[in-house]
Design a protein around this ligand. Structure first.
Ligand SMILES: [Zn+2]
Length: 203
């Protein structure tokens, strides 16, 4: 905790005076972020840092392996779907980006197996990405299997976004855009999903 409080002290000394105006405006006027990012919980992949976004600019959903579950209004505890509902139906963001990344532990759990001590929730959660696992196994090559699967997981999340009727409707009306991106932790390079299904470095 001390290390966090020391960070807070630095924020109050340096970050806060710089951003005070921004926060005051956001407090007075409310937030109206234009984009929503679905990212992984991985501590090395910070959407605000990667997109150099200021407070108020980016609505962020983070979960294991940046997954979007299929639309299922069944009364269960859908944290990710609730956040999507708020961002898209209430704040009316215009852009959703699914941000995957290299060396993803969630994808490793999907392809290999979940760590011994993490069997209660992770396997069931990662089963959302089963189509990505099958596509990875069936592609006839073992090369870069994890990166390949990380890319496929992004596509599964994008496909699942379209199962939400109020997302499909907005995309159809040109009011909402969906995109995929993948961040290489080692090189810091962002790859974006192309219309042909490949990922290419953004320049
Ligand atoms: Zn991850």
């Amino acid at each position: 905790m001390n290390i966090l409080l020391e960070g807070y002290r630095r924020f109050r000394a340096n970050g806060w005076p710089e951003r005070r105006r921004v926060f005051e405006t956001l407090a007075d006027d409310g937030q109206s972020p234009k984009a929503l990012v679905v990212a992984c919980i991985d501590s090395r992949v910070d959407p605000a840092m990667i997109f150099d976004a200021a407070p108020g600019e980016l609505l962020t959903i983070r979960n294991v392996a940046n997954l979007v579950p299929p639309y299922a209004p069944d009364g269960a505890y859908h944290g990710t779907s609730a956040a999507l509902e708020f961002g898209i139906r209430v704040l009316e963001v215009r852009h959703v980006i699914v941000l995957g990344h290299g060396l993803c532990g969630g994808v490793r759990a999907l392809l290999d197996r979940a760590p011994e001590q993490a069997h209660e929730f992770i396997p069931a959660w990662m089963s959302i990405a089963e189509p990505a696992r099958l596509r990875t196994l069936n592609r006839g090559s073992a090369e870069n299997a994890h990166a390949y699967c990380e890319h496929e997981v992004i596509k599964v999340s994008l496909a699942n976004l379209m199962t939400f009727p109020w997302i499909a409707e907005r995309v159809g009306a040109g009011k909402l855009a969906l995109d995929g991106a993948w961040f290489d932790i080692r090189s810091g390079v962002l790859m974006t999903l192309q219309p042909d299904g490949t990922f290419a470095p953004y320049d």
